[in-house]
Design a protein around this ligand. Structure first.
Ligand code: GLN
Length: 341
């Protein structure tokens, strides 16, 4: 499994983002810490970035190990961008090792990086794929499908290839989307931007998971509010929603206790907890008050984000050390510059 990283915020140099961090992509190319497939990422590297005054990204890729590239090391500190997508590669068995098989892949304004593997036969051929590599093919299909509909695309591919690992970073220079599907994803909100990465490159990432739990918790509260709008005599559909909400809260508790989990099995709720959730939601299913109480009890102690804060534009604070972290699960809209989102 390769490793990748995305930056969206105030301009940062490629050196600062890729080479300098204590446990950045350079170190991850020879000593990844959380990688479960492959020991090294020595089959190439790639960086995509958006030069000022140009909407399309520029790419610099190579099929050699990042640690041996003296030219990149010398030029990287001199190239800065407000949006960067970088990757180091550990080729999947049978895939070619050359520059065209290395992320990021691009089409117009879009850049895509893929950590993982996918069965090429479920994707089908694509005339515009840069390489026969599974990731290049996946990217070509995503470009056709519409990169902004990433979640839908991934769900469709995963349904056709349940063994696929589909961890993507996708950007058009203004926003960055990420999926985690069978691997880790870390988030760091710096004062002047956001980093999304396969694994943390410094200790400040730790706070990211807590903030993500807070965001998910807030969304689950909204889900409960919506569910309680369903008339109480519609017990079937109410129960169906309530079980899902109950199990999601219990999973958040597990994540909160084990924020460094690397596989779903490590934060799976027990069978007895599932049975208890079904029982309690069935018993309390018609009473809004009892259900709210149950939810409050199950979510006790979990961090809670204010969704309105997440949607509001943030002024850029002066420096990176005020960093804390987090943003919703799969989509980060740029809240700097003139988008006003
Ligand atoms: N399958 C892709 C490749 O061969 C990505 C590999 C990975 O994530 N290790 O390049």
């Amino acid at each position: 499994m390769c490793r990748h990283l995305g930056w969206l915020g105030a301009p940062r140099s490629l050196g600062e983002l890729v080479l300098r961090p204590e446990h950045g992509l350079l170190v991850q190319s020879y000593r990844p810490r959380r990688q479960r497939h492959g020991l090294l990422n020595a089959d190439g590297w790639g960086v995509g970035f958006y030069p000022a005054q140009r909407p399309e990204p520029a790419r610099w890729r190579s099929s050699r190990p990042l640690w041996g590239d003296a030219s990149f090391a010398s030029v990287a500190p001199a190239i800065s961008s407000s949006c960067v997508l970088a990757a180091v590669r550990s080729a999947t068995a049978g895939m070619p090792i050359d520059e065209t098989a290395t992320a990021p892949f691009s089409d117009g304004r879009w850049l895509v990086s893929h950590n993982g593997r996918v069965d090429r036969s479920v994707l089908g051929p694509h005339p515009a794929a840069e390489s026969v590599c599974d990731s290049a093919l996946l990217a070509a299909h995503l470009f056709d499908f519409g990169p902004a509909r990433l979640g839908e695309f991934i769900a469709g591919v995963a349904a056709r290839d349940p063994a696929a690992r589909l961890n993507l970073l996708v950007t058009d220079g203004q926003r960055m989307l990420a999926t985690r599907w069978n691997d880790t994803l870390s988030v760091l909100r710096a004062g002047d931007g956001v980093v999304l990465a396969s694994e943390p490159f410094d200790p400040r990432f730790g706070a990211g998971m807590r903030e993500l739990v807070g965001v998910a918790h807030a969304h689950l509260r909204s889900a409960l509010d919506y569910t309680l709008l369903i008339p109480s005599k519609e017990t079937g559909i109410r129960r169906f929603c309530l079980w899902a909400i109950g199990l999601a809260v219990l999973t958040l508790r597990k994540i909160e206790h084990n924020p460094r989990f690397t596989a779903g099995a490590q934060v799976k709720v027990t069978r007895s907890a599932v049975a208890m959730t079904r029982l309690l939601t069935n018993v309390a299913g018609r009473s809004d008050g009892a259900l709210r109480l149950l939810f409050a009890q199950a979510a006790r102690g979990l961090p809670l984000a204010r969704l309105s804060d997440l949607r509001r534009a943030r002024p850029a604070p002066p420096n990176l050390d005020q960093a804390t972290v987090g943003e919703p699960e799969h989509a980060l809209r740029r809240s700097y510059g003139n988008t006003g989102s």
